[in-house]
Write a protein that binds this ligand. Sequence first.
Ligand code: MN
Ligand code: MN
Length: 456
Amino acid sequence: MVDGDTDFEYKKKSSWDIFSDEQIDSAFDFCNGYISFLSKVKTEREAVDEIKKIVESKKKKLFLNKHAGAAVVAKGSRPISEGVRLIISHMDSPRLDLKQVPLFEDGDCNLALLETHYYGGIKKFQWLTIPLALHGVVVKQDGSKINLSIGEKPDDPVFCVPDLLPHLSHEVQDNKKLRDAIQGESLDIAIGNRPFKNNNKDDEKKDGNNKLKKMVLQKLHEEYGLVEEDFVSADIEAVPAYQPREIGFDRALIGGYGQDDRVCVYTSLQAIMDVENPVYTSIALFVDKEEIGSEGNTSAQAMAFLRLILKQLDSDADIDKVMMNSQVISADVDAAVTPNYKQVFELKNASSLGNGVGMSKYTGHGGKYSANDAPAEYVGEIRSMLNSQNIPWQTGELGKVDKGGGGTVAKYFSRMGMNVIDLGPPVLSMHAPFEITSKLDVYAAYLAYKKFLSSE
Ligand code: MN
Ligand code: MN
């Protein structure tokens, strides 16, 4: 390469050319662990449970924020006033949440159903006619808590939002705009068809038209000790019931639910587990509620948790000084260039599957509104780090200017004085019930996070 080289194509270099054969084998091995993690973790609470197990096995310092926040710390040799190395990922993914009063029956259809309220940005039609599992917790009147996971074992029942047959959808769906064709209020999950039968004729009359609902309530009481009011104090999520799989004849891709952003949860967790005696204190922070704007006490905006951790690491530390000196990776996924829809991407800047971990200087929408726009100096440091380690990377951008956009948790941390950049693997079909990543990009993200946490 000569000075002033205009052939700016290194970004488009395939990871298959950059990685050695041994590294490609390591990437595939690494992804076996990731696929297994994905198969066990379908909610933010389950992510916390799995993080606990993995951390306990290796004895790193674990902090928990209520039911859906966690942090893993590897203490560095330098005082934290010189700054920490922080990677943040989010454990929540789009799904259908149950409403507080979800259970009803439709006598005309002979179905018992559950009302839902979708969580995060979904294309509603993608959630119809797929097998769903119910995961979550119910807090009963006496304060006891019941964990639910129904639909994952091979002999479990699953649940499903029905759709209208194409023979009759012309007027009520096909002629509408795609986004209006399915109403949020119509995402009701079918859960039963068998009416309750009362042998006592008088009681039979009293049950009236609620026999389907009564049957469900009887089953819920028998199997879980639940009564109808218990749904009021519950976090129950309907998620795809199927397992993650390898995709393609070459098995180079991974398909599965919730890869945004559990791919970064897993890679940053493995990275910090592999960091020993770092120079700067390393923290992997796992947050909730990113998909609904990072609101709430387990979200990225709940800074009290991070402040508390820093105070526990050094009670004398000036927390503002720690934050001002810290370097951060917002570990979140990037939009992969999508076949048949390339017109919404600007191909020089967008990321593609298999070209490495995506680095986004900024996100946001319109004129960079709501973006963390990382300064050139910090982008330069990350770029040098990736190049010096020969880690495949590419730039990332959430679509063409004015075509849409989106945000990450980056801005909440840059606001606190930290240097922050977005770095994560590209995902195809983001927010769909079956998202796609490339194994080599997943591995590249892990290598990048590990190097970042152990950097001097
Ligand atoms: Mn995300
Ligand atoms: Mn998302």
